[in-house]
Design a binder for this molecule. Structure first.
Ligand SMILES: Cc1c2[nH]c(c1CCC(=O)O)Cc1[nH]c(c(CCC(=O)O)c1C)Cc1[nH]c(c(CCC(=O)O)c1C)Cc1[nH]c(c(C)c1CCC(=O)O)C2
Length: 344
């Protein structure tokens, strides 16, 4: 089938005159309309599980900016919660979860077959969005990758070096591998349901892949990605998959072939020229403007945006940031980035 949506064309390997664009965390606290809806929902998790309001915040950046893709509003930590972990968010600090330190803690988790009971409102959000999005806008579903999600489940919070997860993996690999396995299986089921509800693309966030070195990168970043992608491709062969092994560095080279991903998302730790020569040779890439330009704006933003469009414009490319937009970003700078990409 010939695609008309720009994101799907880029993901199919087409080089477009101007790259399609969307932004990680595009529905977020930098937008006053997001803050208002979040206030209405009560707190962040209530917003994630309120399908009507989650759909509303997903649509807000589409209305304001006309991005080429909408990303489902949810969080990578909803899957551990659906598996029975306690989850809450401390304002100004971030997520907190019950911890997994040993076999007894792991054994308290629920089986994967029970996750949908908790996650049904997320699938409903996807159904609302697939009805309400403009026809040119692509709907992206997502999940966290097992290693990244495990780092939160083991430590019970975000950590600067993912130390507790490294320790459990090195000292008690039997328990750690069971966490990776249940998350691998759960992610396949979770994303399959999102696709069945109307997600047209799915993205796999491995935000802490960069702390895995050598054989650990193969075992805990590449292997789970390979398994998840193979299982999804078997059930949904036409759904493109974007993988984001953030911080992969040299390991971005060949990552798409190794895992079967249709596109790799680049963080801002690699230059666009290097990525064009070494990563885009395998297909579509997404990225990779530094998020801080959304705070600082000005000529630097314009220059860096043009540099990326030029370097990656000779192959399939989806313009995006290298990581999520931050709450202190200025919505005007987002418009300046879009105008620069689209040549307005
Ligand atoms: C590690 C991770 C998480 N969540 C996510 C990741 C992977 C991507 C990355 O590396 O940023 C992914 C995520 N989180 C959110 C989305 C929604 C879609 C989008 O707009 O990109 C997505 C794709 C909403 C969110 N997830 C969160 C917010 C902010 C919550 C709020 O409104 O107060 C949003 C909009 C909260 C969250 N959620 C998480 C943390 C560590 C935090 C706290 C940090 C922060 O406050 O920014 C876990």
């Amino acid at each position: 089938m010939t695609q008309t949506k720009k994101i799907l064309r880029a993901l199919a390997g087409e080089t477009l005159d101007t790259p399609p664009i969307w932004m990680m965390r595009q529905a977020g606290r930098y937008l006053p309309e997001y803050r208002a809806t979040r206030g209405e929902a009560g707190d962040f998790l209530s917003l994630c599980y309120n399908s009507a309001l989650a759909a509303e915040v997903t649509l807000q950046p589409i209305r304001r900016y006309g991005f080429d893709a909408a990303i489902l509003f949810a969080d990578i930590l909803l899957l551990p919660q659906a598996l029975g972990a306690d989850l809450w968010f401390v304002t100004g600090e971030g997520p907190r979860l019950s911890t997994i330190e040993n076999q007894a803690d792991f054994d308290k988790l629920k089986p994967v077959s029970e996750i949908h009971e908790t996650l049904n409102p997320v699938y409903e959000t996807v159904r609302i969005l697939s009805r309400e999005l403009p026809e040119e806008t692509t709907l992206i579903g997502f999940a966290g990758m097992p290693w990244t999600v495990a780092t939160y489940m083991v430590a019970g919070r975000g950590t600067p070096d993912q130390g507790p997860a490294h320790k459990l993996k090195d000292e008690n690999p039997e328990v750690f591998d069971q966490i990776i396995d249940i998350l691998t299986e759960g992610t396949v089921e979770y994303l399959s349901k999102q696709i069945e509800a109307g997600a047209e693309v799915v993205k796999l966030f491995d935000s802490w892949a960069g702390s895995l070195k050598g054989a650990d990168f193969d075992r805990y970043a590449v292997e789970p990605a390979k398994k998840i992608i193979a299982a999804l491709k078997e059930r949904h062969p036409d759904t493109p998959i974007i993988a984001f092994p953030r911080g992969a560095g040299e390991r971005y080279v060949g990552f798409a072939e190794e895992t079967g991903a249709d596109c790799v998302a680049l963080d801002d730790g690699v230059t666009p020229d290097w990525a064009a020569a070494n990563v885009q040779t395998s297909g579509c890439v997404q990225g990779n403007l530094k998020s801080s330009h959304m705070v600082t704006g000005g000529q630097d933003l314009v220059d860096e945006t043009r540099k990326i469009v030029e370097a990656l414009g000779k192959g399939p490319h989806i313009f995006n940031l290298g990581h999520g937009i931050t709450p202190d970003a200025d919505p005007e700078n987002v418009q300046l980035m879009i105008d620069t990409v689209r040549g307005n």
